[in-house]
Ligand binder design. Structure first.
Ligand SMILES: CC(C)(COP(=O)([O-])OP(=O)([O-])OC[C@H]1O[C@@H](n2cnc3c(N)ncnc32)[C@H](O)[C@@H]1OP(=O)([O-])[O-])[C@@H](O)C(=O)NCCC(=O)NCCSC(=O)C[C@@](C)(O)CC(=O)[O-]
Length: 360
């Protein structure tokens, strides 16, 4: 696989480059999707206050790109119905003031979603604004498009230009997702040409980045490489792509390291591996933020969380080699995941107790 990467005729960056020169490499940007992609899948929707606390803990632990929610139909995804409450909370206002480089993107599936966000922004004018970024999402397969957005891929793409225009006028950056890029629970194998074509359209509409979602976690490094090669061939630069990996078969970390070696500058992760997809039967959690950071750090690859990792193989995150500041930061982040797990468990138990009481 490595030799194929090195030999690639279009000249994708080599595996050895990413792993050998941490000082010359741009830090990999991490996009934390736990509070959105993670919590949209909770059986018991969490209160806005817990989501706000999760976001606060993530940001204060050092993450700067944290998806805060979705303006989707509450009939389809009730777990995201509190997004306006989350965005307008005083805690998030304080975070935006404390961290001017903070980005809190929200998902917008259609014009109705953007219009709800626009209304919220006008009702709560602030500097910095409630959010500076939206994310739109399209599928690479008809089956998933129907299940997730109740429309075809073509119609879903055709609905987006006015959303891009309106977002631009409001000063909102637009990120785009393409789902099921390596396999669909309904349609099976997905041709890389199809994914590359959808990604190209999204970039041409004005997306600053396209996140490729292995929604059901079936990808392996060779599949990702084929997909990225096809993107380059179609004029979609790898430098404009992000990797969004689920970990159904335990291949997410190797996929991410390989994508990074091939020049992908952004990786989506989810604290404590929260997540899945409500319209993707069989999908397990997203790749965990903690695991990705561990792997990047110990491979000597700089990230937005650890801009100056040690040489590959020389890490100290687990403390066998000293008590560095990096270790403390990593432990603080892991503690956020543990806290989140406890909160969710307590919430589940409380709901269960309520149900039992109602039965008596
Ligand atoms: C797009 C729709 C709404 C179409 O759903 P629809 O049923 O075709 O839409 P509709 O226009 O017929 O409206 C249905 C109802 O929803 C309302 N509605 C309609 N739009 C909105 C809105 N924006 N906000 C609030 N309400 C809305 C609308 O007003 C109506 O309410 P009613 O009149 O029946 O009372 C629906 O399919 C939907 O919400 N889908 C979102 C599903 C979703 O959020 N999936 C998870 C996110 S994607 C993901 O996780 C993958 C990703 C990004 O992480 C990457 C990866 O791993 O692949």
């Amino acid at each position: 696989m490595l030799t194929r990467a090195l030999r690639h005729p279009r000249g994708l960056p080599s595996f050895s480059r990413a792993l050998s020169s941490s000082s010359s490499q741009q830090p990999i940007k991490l996009v934390e999707v736990g509070p959105r992609d993670g919590l949209q899948n909770e059986k018991t929707p969490l209160d806005a206050q817990i989501k706000v606390e999760l976001i606060e803990r993530l940001v204060r632990s050092g993450l700067r790109d944290v998806e805060a929610g979705s303006f989707v139909s509450p009939k389809w995804v009730p777990q995201m119905a509190t997004t306006p409450e989350v965005l307008t909370s005083p805690t998030l206002a304080q975070l935006r003031r404390d961290y001017p480089d903070l980005s809190l993107p929200v998902l917008v599936p259609n014009a109705r979603g953007l219009s709800s966000l626009t209304t919220l922004l006008s009702q709560h004018p602030s500097d910095p604004p409630l959010t500076n970024e939206i994310a739109v999402f399209v599928a690479a397969s008809e089956g998933f498009s129907r299940a997730n957005l109740n429309t075809t891929v073509a119609d879903s793409l055709a609905s987006l230009p006015p959303i891009f225009d309106s977002a631009k006028k409001q000063g909102l950056r637009v990120r785009a997702y393409v789902s099921v890029v390596l396999g669909c629970p309904f349609d099976g194998r997905i041709e890389p040409e199809k994914v590359a074509g959808v990604a190209k359209e999204l970039l041409e509409m004005g997306a600053y980045e396209v996140s490729l979602g292995d929604t059901i976690g079936v990808g392996v490094p060779a599949g990702w490489e084929k997909l990225l090669n096809e993107c380059e061939r179609k004029g979609v630069p790898v430098s404009k792509l992000a990797a969004h990996c689920h970990d159904t078969y335990g291949t997410a970390i190797s996929n991410i390291l390989h994508c990074v070696s091939l020049g992908i500058p952004t990786v989506d992760t989810s604290i404590a591996s929260l997540g899945g997809c409500p319209y993707s039967p069989g999908a397990t959690g997203n790749v965990s933020t903690e695991d990705v950071l561990y792997a990047l750090y110990h491979s000597g690859i700089p990230s937005s969380f650890f801009p100056s990792p040690p040489e590959a193989g020389e890490g100290t995150l687990l403390g066998w080699n000293g008590e560095g500041e990096d270790k403390e930061r990593f432990e603080r982040l892991c503690a956020v995941g543990e806290w989140g797990e406890r909160e969710r468990e307590e919430k589940r138990k409380a709901k269960e107790a309520e149900k039992q009481k109602a039965k008596l």
